[in-house]
Write a protein that binds this ligand. Structure first.
Ligand SMILES: [Zn+2]
Length: 150
């Protein structure tokens, strides 16, 4: 899902939650966007590059070629949610971060399902390492596969 869609979801959810949770609704709203910072990590690990323009192009190529692709987004994993849940026991405001992440992930998952690729991103780091041998996991593999088809 693109940054604009997440920006709208973040703003709308913050406005809806504000009357109930006050400023803490902003933690939720920011988390809805900040979760996607893990895409910078995946982009860097795969390409050794940084930068928003390259990341957006990278993401666009991958989204159009999700057949046989398996992605890992660290903040979109069960392990991340478990860490946030445990931290929430000590710092309860972290639950707003967890809720924002889960809300975002739910919307991502609905979109992936509509694209008929609900399992294109691993739900867990452990799952990723188990499944990855059967899938493309880098942009080079995806681009090689495209050039073979041409
Ligand atoms: Zn996302």
């Amino acid at each position: 899902m693109g940054p604009l869609a997440h920006l709208i979801q973040s703003g709308t959810s913050s406005i809806v939650l504000y009357p109930y949770y006050g400023k803490k609704a902003l933690i939720f709203g920011l988390s809805v966007i900040m979760i996607d910072l893990d895409h910078f990590v995946a982009y860097y690990i795969d390409t050794r590059r940084v930068g928003i323009k390259g990341l957006l192009e990278y993401h666009e190529i991958l989204v159009k070629n999700l057949d046989n692709y398996l992605g890992l987004s660290l903040f979109h994993t069960v392990e991340c949610y478990l860490i946030l849940f445990c931290l929430g026991q000590i710092f309860p405001d972290i639950y707003f971060v967890l809720a924002g992440f889960l809300f975002h992930h739910l919307l991502d998952q609905i979109q992936l399902s509509l694209m008929k690729r609900p399992f294109a991103r691993a739900f867990s780091v452990v799952e990723y390492f188990i499944r990855r041998k059967n899938y493309f996991t880098s942009i080079d593999q995806v681009l090689n596969n495209i050039s073979k088809k041409i």
